[in-house]
Design a protein around this ligand. Structure first.
Ligand SMILES: Cc1cc2nc3c(=O)[nH]c(=O)nc-3n(C[C@H](O)[C@H](O)[C@H](O)COP(=O)(O)OP(=O)(O)OC[C@H]3O[C@@H](n4cnc5c(N)ncnc54)[C@H](O)[C@@H]3O)c2cc1C
Length: 560
């Protein structure tokens, strides 16, 4: 390291990383504490570059089940919301209750959920996803309306909602607000590398920051630090800075371990018996225009009794790449995705891959579908294109009506916190090796939940599942189809002791008095939910907690 200049300003709060977590903490804290000096350090800039040294130094050890680094995160103001889908989902109570299936890995509890619920309204404002109502039964106009004719709620539910953000790109959306804050300084194109060793009181007094692409280093002093660099970079920073734990007997054993995402894919079609026109297969609009969608989930009591992992299963289109669906519109959209320059513009690589499966499959038959369905095969995609790319609140996805009342089912399921699934530093002390795994319990749980859904639908006289694979082939099929890396959780989990976790329930790093982690990496369990909405609630909670520690005399503006 070359000689470091020390920045003369001592900041009250230094936030590392400007993804949604860093931006929410930055805005909330700066507004509440206008006389405090806040620094937001970001590796990227608002001019995204092609390659970067962080993603270049990641080794993905399981390319079958984990996307490559450039597909899993974005660097720059707004972080990975530059390409996220915007699906906002709330975690369920069951995710906070230890079950034997978690093997002792559920190190948070229901009090955390109760506290987070107090911050969902504020978080929903940042995500622009309407009111934080996540159950359709709470809407008077939908009470009693079901996903399909004859369906009844019980072990299986159909009223839990996903809400959709614009999708809000935090960089574009909040750059102006960040710039307008006179007490917040944004430092782009700087990588935080090193933390000072905590002093006797546990205070970390400075960090070292390197200007990206140069040998220029700056030392920055602050009274408190929030690491919000996204799961993989937060984990790498901590793995590289083990002196942060020097006041503990040992580095927390959980650091880097229990890496989870979601296993997802399709293994069955649902055939509903009732009137196809009564099937609620698409989006619902809230009064403010927010897109909502229902999904099948399983009751808390059922999951606890059966000791199964959580999952959501939603109605989907048949596989795009298989021309047997005979839909001209779907074939047209599949062919468009295959064109390299167009495909990249239509969806981020990880999402495009989930549609094409990386296959160039039976192109002639797809053309035949398109021609046979003209003009609808062009008119439908044109209408979808307009709603999805030209409006401010974008159509989040495409779900097509089935006159046969048959829908593919897409599962999105929890994983066991498994210590074999982990992030470690390579021998050079720089490379981050990602060892992501899907274990047998994850897979069996998905199969058993599909069987439970099938039994429930038959019991209601509502429908049945038709599996795409023989029973003995299901496990392998799931293992081969599932690919994540975009919902990264678990590697700096929260727990009440440093023996079990890396941060405490206020997100403070064990062994320090003033370093906090605000990232999905603090989630001990992954539930069925996409994680970013809950992260937003954590970010609001953390900034309020930090503000509560500021002597009242300095707080000259209270929250709205
Ligand atoms: C294709 C795709 C689709 C997704 N869809 C959804 C969805 O629909 N719903 C959902 O809930 N989630 C979704 N996600 C996940 C979501 O984007 C992330 O959960 C979320 O962005 C995490 O926020 P964060 O602030 O923790 O980290 P990030 O958004 O990753 O931001 C971290 C920031 O920190 C910066 N940084 C890293 N290291 C350093 C360092 N050493 N010094 C300074 N700065 C640093 C990075 O450059 C980055 O800008 C999706 C992700 C992808 C890639």
């Amino acid at each position: 390291m070359s000689a470091q200049k020390t920045n003369q300003v001592e900041y009250d709060l230094c936030i590392i990383g400007s993804g949604p977590a860093g931006i929410i903490v930055g805005l909330e804290y700066s507004l509440a504490n206008p006389h405090h000096k806040v620094l937001l350090v970001e590796f990227g800039s608002d001019q995204p570059t092609g390659k970067n040294s962080l993603d270049n130094s990641i080794r993905n050890m399981n390319p079958l089940n984990h996307h490559n680094p450039y597909e899993t995160t974005n660097k720059g103001i707004g972080g990975s919301t530059a390409s996220w889908g915007g699906r906002c989902v709330m975690f369920d109570e069951v995710d906070f209750i230890e079950r034997p299936v978690h093997g002792g890995g559920c190190t948070w509890d229901l009090t955390i959920l109760q506290e987070l619920r107090q911050h969902t309204e504020r978080a929903a404002g940042y995500f622009e996803c309407g009111r934080p109502v996540f159950n359709l039964n709470e809407y008077a106009q939908f009470k009693g309306a079901r996903i399909a004719e004859y369906f009844e709620e019980g072990d299986v539910t159909d009223s839990v909602l996903e809400r959709w953000s614009m999708p809000t790109r935090f960089g574009q959306r909040y750059s102006k607000e960040l710039a307008e804050l006179s007490n917040l300084t944004l430092m782009e194109s700087h990588e935080v590398r090193e933390f000072s060793k905590p002093d006797n009181e546990g205070n970390v007094n400075w960090i070292s920051v390197r200007k990206v692409g140069s040998a220029k280093w700056i030392r920055i002093k602050a009274k408190a630090f929030v690491i919000s660099a996204g799961t993989q970079e937060t984990t790498r920073l901590l793995l590289r800075n083990k002196q942060l734990f020097s006041r503990l007997k040992a580095v927390p054993a959980a650091l880097g371990k229990y890496y989870q995402g979601h296993i997802s894919g399709k293994i069955a079609t649902v055939k509903f018996y009732g009137n196809p026109k009564k099937t609620d297969y698409g989006f619902i609009r809230d009064t403010d225009g927010t897109y909502l969608r229902r999904r099948f989930q399983f009751s808390k009591e059922f999951l606890l009794k059966q000791n199964l992992l959580n999952a959501a299963i939603w109605l989907d289109n048949p596989l795009y790449f298989d021309p047997k669906h005979r839909s001209g519109a779907m074939s047209f959209m599949y062919l468009a995705m295959l064109i390299p320059f167009l495909g990249k513009r239509l969806a981020p690589p990880a999402i495009a891959h989930s549609i094409t499966k990386g296959k160039r499959n039976e192109v002639r038959k797809h053309f035949f579908n398109v021609i046979k369905d003209l003009p609808a095969s062009l008119a439908k995609p044109a209408a979808i294109f307009y709603k999805r790319y030209c409006l401010k609140r974008k159509l989040p996805g495409v779900f097509l009506y089935s006159p046969q009342n048959n829908y593919a089912l897409h599962f999105h399921a929890e994983q066991v916190p498994d210590e074999k699934s982990r992030m470690v530093l390579g021998a050079d002390g720089e490379t981050l090796e990602i060892h992501y795994s899907i274990n047998d319990i994850d897979i069996q749980s998905v199969i058993l939940l599909h069987e439970a859904l099938d039994s429930w639908l038959r019991k209601c006289g509502c429908g049945e599942l038709q599996f795409w694979y023989k029973k003995e082939e299901l496990a392998e099929a799931i293992r081969n189809m599932s690919c994540d890396g975009i919902h990264q959780t678990g590697t700096t989990r929260m727990a009440d002791t440093p023996e079990l976790g890396v941060v405490d329930r206020n997100l403070k790093l064990w062994g320090t008095s003033n370093v906090y982690v605000c990232s999905c990496s603090v989630f001990p369990t992954s539930g069925q939910a996409n994680p970013t909405f809950l992260l937003g609630a954590f970010a609001v909670r953390l900034s309020r907690y930090l503000t509560s520690k500021v002597p009242k005399i300095h707080q000259d503006k209270q929250y709205a």
